[in-house]
Design a protein around this ligand. Structure first.
Ligand SMILES: NC(=O)C1=CN([C@@H]2O[C@H](COP(=O)(O)OP(=O)(O)OC[C@H]3O[C@@H](n4cnc5c(N)ncnc54)[C@H](OP(=O)(O)O)[C@@H]3O)[C@@H](O)[C@H]2O)C=CC1
Ligand SMILES: CC(C)(CO)C(=O)C(=O)O
Length: 309
C-alpha cells in the first residue's frame, strides 16, 4: 500500500478545522477540503479563522471535470449532513481511498460502508477535543486523543497501519483500541450525557464539574445507554461512567460541548442521533428511557427557538 499523501477533509467545522491544520502546508501532503457550489464560493470569499489565524484551503468541487481521488478522507460533518456529504464526496473515492469518520454517534461508519464498501471505512472518535465554530470562525484549545481503527484491532490491519504511519508523521495523538466498537459506544454514552445535559442547562463543562444536579442529570441520561448495552452485547459498565468523569474534570470549564455550541449559533442539533437513537433502541430492546424522552422534547423545543432567532 502506498503511503498517504492525498488527504481530504469533508466538513470543515470545529473538528474538521482542527484536524485540517495538522495537514495544512505539510511537506509531501496535498490537503483538499470538499466544497461544491455555493459552499465553495462562500469559502473562497470568506476563508476561515482558526484560533484567530486566517486560512484559505484548496477546495475539491464534486462538479469538477476530472476529480482526483483522495487516499484518506476524514469525515466530520453533522449527522444530519452525512447523506449529502456522501453524495458529494463520491467522485473523490477511488480504489485506494480510506475513509475515517470522526463523527459522534454509532451509525456514520455503517452508512459510509454501505455507500463505499465497509473495507474502505475506519471507525473514529475524538475524545477531549473542545471545538467551537460560528460560521467561518473555529476555535479549540486542545486536541485530546483520537481513537481509530477497524472494529477489532487485536492485529492492526494494513489500513490501520497506513493511517497510523501518516498520523505519526503529522504529530496526531491517537490510539488504536483493541475493541473499537466498545469505544464507539462509550463515546456515544458520553455524548448522550454531557452534550444533551449541557444543552438543557445552558452551560459548558465547568457546570458539570461543580454542580451536582447538573452532573446527576448527565449521568442519568448516560445510564439509559448503559442499560441498552447490557442487551446488545456491548456491555458498558459503571466504570465507564467514572472513566468519563476523569476526562471531564480536565476539560476547560468555559468550553462547551458541540450541541450547546449548535444551539448558541442557531444551528440544528444532533438530538435525533443522540436521544432519538436511545429512545428507538430502548423501545426495541425493552429498556425504559424516560430521561432521554424528556431531553428529546426539551432540546427539540430549544432548537426551534434558537433557529428562529
Ligand atoms: N465540536 C466538537 O467539539 C466535537 C464534535 N464532534 C462530532 O464531530 C462531528 C462534526 O462536528 P462539528 O465539527 O462540531 O460540526 P460543525 O457544524 O462545526 O461542522 C460541520 C461542517 O460540515 C460542513 N458540511 C456539511 N455538509 C457538507 C458537505 N456536503 N460538503 C462539505 N462540507 C459540508 C459544514 O459546512 P457549512 O457550514 O458550509 O454548511 C460545517 O462546516 C459531529 O458528529 C460532532 O458530534 C466530536 C467531538 C467533539
Ligand atoms: C466529548 C465532547 C463533549 C467533547 O469532545 C464531544 O464529543 C462534543 O462536544 O460533541
Amino acid at each position: 500500500m502506498q503511503p498517504i499523501q492525498e488527504v481530504m477533509v469533508v466538513g470543515l467545522g470545529a473538528i474538521g478545522g482542527a484536524y485540517a491544520l495538522k495537514f495544512f502546508n505539510k511537506l509531501g501532503i496535498t490537503l483538499r477540503v470538499l466544497a461544491g457550489g455555493e459552499r465553495k464560493k462562500r469559502y473562497e470569499a470568506q476563508g476561515f479563522h482558526i484560533n484567530d489565524t486566517p486560512y484559505q484551503f484548496r477546495y475539491a468541487d464534486p462538479a469538477e471535470p476530472q476529480p482526483t481521488p483522495a487516499q484518506l478522507i476524514i469525515v466530520a460533518v453533522k449527522d444530519y449532513g452525512l447523506q449529502e456529504a456522501i453524495t458529494e464526496m463520491a467522485p473523490f473515492v477511488g480504489g485506494d481511498t480510506l475513509i475515517l469518520s470522526l463523527m459522534n454517534g454509532i451509525t456514520s461508519e455503517e452508512r459510509l460502508g454501505e455507500a463505499f464498501g465497509a473495507d474502505k471505512v475506519l471507525y473514529g472518535i475524538c475524545m477531549g477535543l473542545d471545538g467551537f465554530r460560528d460560521g467561518n470562525v473555529i476555535r479549540f484549545q486542545r486536541y485530546g486523543t483520537m481513537s481509530f481503527g477497524k472494529a477489532d484491532n487485536t492485529q492492526w490491519s494494513p489500513e490501520v497501519e497506513r493511517v497510523a504511519s501518516l498520523f505519526d508523521q503529522m504529530d496526531i495523538v491517537y490510539q488504536v483500541p483493541q475493541n473499537m466498537l466498545y469505544e464507539l459506544w462509550y463515546k456515544f454514552m458520553v455524548n448522550v450525557g454531557i452534550n444533551q445535559a449541557s444543552a438543557l442547562v445552558g452551560e459548558g463543562f465547568g457546570a458539570f464539574q461543580k454542580i451536582s444536579e447538573a452532573h446527576q442529570l448527565m449521568q442519568d441520561a448516560m445510564k439509559e445507554v448503559l442499560q441498552i448495552t447490557q442487551k446488545n452485547g456491548v456491555k458498558l459498565t459503571p466504570a465507564d461512567l467514572e472513566k468519563w468523569d476523569a476526562v471531564l474534570v480536565n476539560m476547560p470549564p468555559e468550553s462547551r460541548p458541540s450541541m450547546l455550541n449548535d444551539l448558541e449559533s442557531g444551528r440544528q442539533t444532533e438530538v435525533e442521533m443522540l436521544a432519538g437513537t436511545v429512545c428507538r433502541l430502548g423501545k426495541a430492546l425493552g429498556v425504559p428511557t424516560p430521561v432521554n424522552q424528556v431531553l428529546y422534547q426539551a432540546i427539540r423545543a430549544k432548537e426551534q427557538v434558537a433557529m428562529k432567532r
